[in-house]
Design a protein around this ligand. Structure first.
Ligand code: MLT
Length: 404
């Protein structure tokens, strides 16, 4: 008789954004015609940049002729894209990343979930609290997190690093030593960042403890301040202790197109075993590559026009972030984020729980956001709004919130 992976049955509830979507659907069924503004999930609203569309069309045409047709992509991804990444994302910041240290994928969510495949189930993970739920949920699926305590909403074998107003939403080095440390900067959900010196302290700590850092830099393109690192490899020694995960979703609007990559430097080893070779083995066996058409579109992001056009999109979203931030502050909310990230993190008013505020905002303002407690216990009493809506909807949402 077959047996299931019991770890899945330990997962409490459904995936955060699925729960929100179900709640909003129930509301719209009960209130047909309600003019709902969705600032919940961080999904982009601007169309793909013209240079990206041009590349997509031309790649589609290539697939239609015998001479230029492409079948399976190379294991690690097409060299033209890996070269563009190595030059633009790394060399331009003084970091040398070899082409065979870059693995093209269908996105950062998949990579941050799948990366656990190459680590023993015995590793202890440390996560920020609040945290992007994928890191914890996928470790639950792998059987790495121990027992869930519904009272504290914590797993027995996970080290939680609270990110609160008191520490500027930046984690402190944990008291208990982890094996795998998940960091995401600029941060989802709080929108916080850390300086290069602060990130260097994490790298030094990981090297000392022989821990590995899984660094999610999906929001790197939103950094506006100096001294905020764009890649963990700006830090000395990071190649020996860090994996970096990147996305095209937020910097180039590929949420529906799917493209991302992971960097694993060859220096990163467990005893003598290189993690790069393990991930290459995993990638080759379990993944058949992002489509040629999409990789061509990704390469177009790095062209001069592509960079200009995608920067305009980022500026548009960051203007939304400013509208949200300033509007909420004017309305008396306590707010952070929204300066180096497309997320605004606010304290719920009148001691409302995160889910109470979610219901209140949906019912009274027809605005959807994300309850902070959905990201972890320290997110209770907080709420996230995304800057990825349209400008008009963002303005309208803030006006509605102000008039509550
Ligand atoms: C979010 O809203 O946190 C993001 O859209 C999730 C994701 O990128 O998967």
């Amino acid at each position: 008789m077959f047996k299931i992976n019991d770890n899945y049955t330990k997962l409490p509830g459904s995936y955060l954004f699925s729960t929100i979507s179900k709640k909003v659907n129930t509301f719209t069924t009960a209130n047909p015609g309600a003019d709902i503004i969705r600032l919940g999930i961080g999904d982009v609203t601007l169309p793909l940049a013209p240079k990206v569309i041009e590349a997509l069309h031309s790649a589609v045409d290539e697939m239609g002729t015998k001479e230029t047709f492409k079948g399976y992509a190379p294991d690690l991804g097409y060299e033209f894209l890996r070269q563009a990444i190595a030059d633009n994302d790394y060399k331009s910041r003084g970091v040398d990343i070899a082409l065979d240290e870059i693995f093209i994928s269908d996105g950062a969510k998949s990579d941050s979930g799948n990366i656990g495949d190459i680590f023993s189930v015995d590793n202890k993970i440390a996560v920020c609290d609040p945290v992007y739920p994928v890191y914890v949920d996928t470790n639950v699926m792998a059987g790495r997190t121990g027992v869930y305590d519904s009272a504290t909403e914590k797993w027995s074998n996970v080290i939680y690093m609270p990110c609160t107003n008191d520490n500027n939403f930046a984690p402190e080095l944990p008291g208990e030593t982890p094996d795998i440390i998940y960091l995401c900067f600029p941060n989802n959900p709080t929108g916080s960042t850390i300086t290069k010196d602060e990130l260097q302290a994490w790298v030094d700590y990981a090297l000392k403890e022989r821990a590995v850092i899984i660094y999610d830099a999906a929001y790197e393109a939103y950094i506006s301040e100096d001294n905020v690192p764009h890649t963990i490899y700006e830090c000395m020694g990071a190649k020996e202790c860090a994996i970096e995960i990147r996305s095209f979703s937020k910097n180039a609007g590929f949420t529906g197109t799917r493209l991302g990559f992971t960097v694993i430097p060859k220096e990163l080893k467990s005893n003598d075993v290189s993690l790069n070779s393990l991930w290459a083995r995993r990638h080759g066996t379990k993944f058949n590559g992002a489509p040629y058409i999409i990789q061509k579109a990704g390469a177009a992001v790095y062209t001069e026009e592509g960079r200009k056009q995608t920067q305009e999109q980022i500026d548009y979203y960051m203007n939304n972030a400013k509208v949200i931030r300033e509007g909420l502050i004017a309305a008396g909310y306590s707010v952070s984020g929204g300066v180096n990230a497309p997320y605004i993190w606010l304290k719920t008013p009148d001691r409302m729980t995160s889910w109470e505020f979610f219901d209140y905002l949906l019912n009274e303002a027809k605005v959807v956001g994300t309850p902070g407690s959905g990201f972890g216990p320290s997110g209770e009493g907080y709420f996230r709004l995304t800057a990825f809506g349209t400008y008009e909807n963002t303005l309208e949402a803030i006006e509605r919130i102000k008039s509550l």
